[in-house]
Design a protein around this ligand. Sequence first.
Ligand code: C5P
Length: 216
Amino acid sequence: MASFVIAVDGPAASGKGTIATRLGRELGLPVLDTGLLYRAVGVLTAQAGGNPDDEAAAGATATRLTADLLADPALRTRTAGELASRVAVHRKVRERLLGFQRTFAAQPGGAVLDGRDIGTVICPDAPAKLYVTATPEIRAERRWKQLEGQGEAVAYADVLADIRRRDARDGARDAAPMVAAPDATLLDTTEMTIEQAADAARRIVEAARARWERSH
Ligand code: C5P
């Protein structure tokens, strides 16, 4: 039986990570935050003295990446997010991370993956696809609170500038740009609490699952 894959894409701090985690918990499915892969490639490249804008250097790091490196709290920082977005433009990096993501998605029973290109490139046949958005201002507010909670003091205006810069880079790159798959359901969480967003996501996925079960 094909596995029930849930693709949750969208820009930074849209709520997609929390939504993916809750869906995984409720449905008993493993969850992969694919942003961590790019964050790890960015951080490890920089740590090794390489230039994240250099495709060969970042590509070599991507080849060496292993799952045990993804638990490092250093990957959750603001700097790691920026490094991730810089290495994510490289085709070599994206190609080398493809197999890991597809293998994760192919687990028996299914999986939840959140990222930017899950519904378009990694799992274009996923039976459930969500594209989660919110205004840049609201996303910056959420990210700012999250960073403060992690003890990373930063001005709101700087977080908003980061978000806008990342949106622009992720959306404009040639390799797997951030874009909603044509068959994804859009979920704008601007006016929603995380509870409301998670409920809305669950309803979208339940409808997709019912359709998928009828056809399998
Ligand atoms: O989701 P997160 O903020 O952790 O992602 C960090 C960066 O990694 C994004 O800004 C994007 O450039 C890149 N990314 C990507 N494709 C994914 C997940 C993340 O290009 N599937």
